[in-house]
Design a protein around this ligand. Structure first.
Ligand code: OSB
Ligand code: MG
Length: 398
């Protein structure tokens, strides 16, 4: 388990751990080709060491299994029964050894990533170091784009795009689905002009026989078409990419560094959306960043409508040089009534957000707000045993 230099490092000793499923107050449903996401919960992992240092991580699959198989209720169980105990009983001295400890778990990338993130945050807190510095990030500000969901009318999409561009956002991504594609792209391109970076995300809503229809999108100079085909159809994307001049970007299909290598070797995509949660954590994300940088593949950080706790490590990752395109990183003010961190981050008039330099997670967690939103919880000892668990029915939720 150890590696060179580990002898000098003390174990990241966890005295107490908590798993908290919390509800986030979405301002409006987020609609994609797989349907509306109107209820949003995430699983938070809170680690505390003997000295009282705290590390927070967030596992952010969706509430339902329509984006990928992972869903919040299953992820709560995965974290409580396996992922966290496997880390607490291992000799974790570096955060990446948490990833190693969880390696026997198949799939369940979001749960593993949330636990690993908590170890990164706790390690950074103990070292008095920012996450950015811990991973060797360079940028102090990162460019951001908005992901605009399917809306009742094209006019509402065009209006939202215009608003964000006036605010400074660096690019616009439109959700598309059969029956909501060429027209919404044509009208948005017409409204924003030729110089704005524009792209689309189909969330697996099409089949290969839609290729002729999708090739109509080639006329609009899109930066990419994200996940046009099913999440498990790598070879379909190889064929489709041959038929489109627009770069195919993969999201759902890429759930590990091996998937990214396979997709690039096969020609299934020319652009990569990296969500640390989707690929199993920060260690896997670092491997993918290096792979894309070495190959000269445009890379950007996607989002899962995370709270600020979930977005924080992703912002740190975006400071690495391999991230060459704007991130899906709308601040909580766009998505939620409030955030779980305060102060949270905002997008400046240059379309960028600051990469935090504070130690640990980088943002103060509003613990009272977190606790008021808990719908399901578990408490574990440093030995990995569950001491207590329960549900808070008055907060509702799944
Ligand atoms: O496909 O990128 C996606 C949100 C939830 C699930 C999947 C996706 C998205 C987004 C939102 O596009 C991006 C964000 O977090 O702002
Ligand atoms: Mg996507």
């Amino acid at each position: 388990m150890g590696e060179a230099g580990d002898g000098d490092l003390p174990p990241i000793g966890v005295a107490r751990a908590e798993v908290l499923q919390v509800g986030l107050p979405l301002l409006e449903p987020f609609v994609t080709s797989f349907g509306p996401t109107s209820s949003r919960h995430v699983v938070l992992i809170r680690l505390e060491d003997e000295a009282g240092h705290v590390g927070w991580g967030e596992a952010a699959p969706l509430d339902h299994p329509f984006y990928l198989p992972d869903f919040v209720g299953g992820t709560f169980e995965l974290v409580t029964r396996w992922a966290l105990p496997m880390c607490l009983t291992a000799d974790v001295r570096r955060p990446r050894q948490a990833a190693t400890a969880m390696a026997p778990i198949r799939g369940n990338t979001f749960g593993r990533a949330g636990v690993e993130a908590a170890f990164w945050a706790l390690h950074a807190e103990r070292a008095g170091c920012s996450l950015r510095d811990l991973i060797g990030g360079e940028a102090s500000r990162i460019p951001v784009g908005e992901s605009i969901g399917i809306k009742p009318t094209i006019e509402e999409v065009v209006e939202e795009a215009g608003l964000r561009l006036r605010e400074g956002y660096r690019r616009i991504k439109l959700k598309i689905a059969p029956g909501w594609d060429v027209e919404v792209v044509r009208e948005t391109r017409r409204a924003v002009g030729p110089d704005v970076m524009l792209q689309v995300d189909a969330n697996g809503g099409y089949v290969l026989s839609d290729a002729d229809h999708l090739s109509e999108l080639d006329a609009f100079d899109l930066a990419c078409i994200e996940q046009p085909l099913a999440f498990d159809d790598l070879l379909g994307h190889v064929e489709l990419q041959r038929m489109l001049s627009t770069p195919v970007c993969l999201d759902e299909s890429l759930r590990s560094p091996g998937h990214v290598r396979a997709a690039l070797d096969l020609g299934a995509c020319r652009n990569v959306n990296l969500k640390p949660g989707r690929v199993g954590g920060i260690t896997a994300a670092l491997e993918i960043e290096r792979e894309c940088r070495d190959r000269g593949i445009p890379l950007w950080c996607g989002g899962m409508l995370e709270s600020g706790i979930g977005r924080a490590p992703n912002i740190a990752l975006c400071s690495l040089p391999g991230f060459t395109q704007p991130a899906d990183m709308s601040p909580a003010s766009v998505l939620y009534e409030d955030d779980l961190i305060d102060p949270t981050f905002e997008v400046g008039s240059d379309g960028c957000i600051d990469v935090p330099t504070r130690p640990g997670l980088g943002y103060p967690v509003v613990e009272a707000r977190v606790r008021s939103r808990v719908v399901r919880w578990a408490e574990l000892g440093g030995d990995g045993n569950v001491r207590a668990r329960g549900e808070e029915k008055e907060n509702g939720g799944p």
